[in-house]
Design a protein around this ligand. Structure first.
Ligand code: PEP
Length: 260
């Protein structure tokens, strides 16, 4: 069974100019310099990747893109490719975030193409899934998450899955201050791990990190990370403040889980 290291990922969304991002990254680097038991990743806007990469280089903070396009290069105005993210210093990329689905036409099929492009480009993709409030109220949480998972991971092999992370982000909890209870989150995380086990086998399922996202703060991360299938968090709002994000990363340290 895998002892999964927690991962705390910060999605800075469309916040922070390059100088502001540089300042946030410098403060984080200093606040987290002695953190050893938790992986940390930050995903600034594309315009800030370069400066943040220079700052976090040599530290334990990993860099991620917030999205990518599946082609390597070409006449695709406004798009950024996996090789571009990689060359900018990224190790990770967020794919299928609910805001991409809601405002920019992301579908399970496009998320799947992006997953494949990320893996082909040597990036570790973080696939976001999660139901809306209406879907939860209609009892559709599991079918929706299953569809997003199957669609996003379609055609991937075990080797690809080893590089991937899944983030369960109930849309009703993103930026709303409403966090899923740890039981609500655990139930869906367990469901996701079960589906991965069915499709890719037990070893991959046990090793896969499944993050929770939705109004995570330093005050609630400890109870979330204590759950068997919650392996960290994708953090939006609270990742924009160095002290808040550092406190989340510090509170995500947990005793080694025995999954045997
Ligand atoms: C997110 O956008 O991925 C997110 C979880 O945002 P917040 O933490 O602000 O709810």
């Amino acid at each position: 069974m895998g002892n999964r290291r927690p991962l705390i990922a910060g999605n800075w969304k469309m916040f922070k100019t390059a100088p502001e991002a540089a300042d946030l990254a410098s403060r984080l680097k200093s606040l987290l310099h002695d953190l050893t038991d938790v992986d940390v990743m930050v995903a600034p806007a594309f315009t800030a990747l370069g400066v943040v990469a220079d700052i976090v280089k040599g530290s334990a903070i990993h860099l991620g893109g917030q999205d990518l396009f599946w082609e390597r290069e070409g006449a695709y105005t406004g798009q950024v490719s996996a090789p571009m993210l990689k060359a900018a210093g990224c190790s990770h990329v967020i794919i299928g975030h609910s805001e991409r689905r809601q405002y920019f036409g992301e579908t399970n099929a496009t998320a799947n193409r992006k997953m494949k492009a990320a893996l082909a480009g040597g990036l570790m993709p973080v696939l976001c899934v999660g139901e809306s409030e209406g879907e939860r109220e209609a009892g559709q949480t599991f079918p929706v998450v299953k569809g997003q998972l199957e669609g996003g991971l379609n055609g991937l092999d075990a080797e690809g899955l080893e590089q991937a992370t899944v983030a369960y982000e109930p849309v009703w909890a993103i930026g709303t201050g409403k966090t899923a209870t740890r039981e609500q989150a655990q139930e869906v995380h367990q469901f996701i791990r079960g589906r991965i086990k069915e499709s890719f086998g037990e070893g991959i399922a046990n090793a896969l990190r499944i993050l929770y996202g939705g109004s995570v703060k330093s005050a609630n991360i400890a109870e979330l990370i204590a759950m068997d299938d919650i392996d960290g968090a994708l953090v939006g709002g609270a990742s924009l403040d160095a002290e808040s994000f550092a406190a989340i990363a510090r509170n995500a340290v947990r005793p080694v889980k025995d999954h045997s």
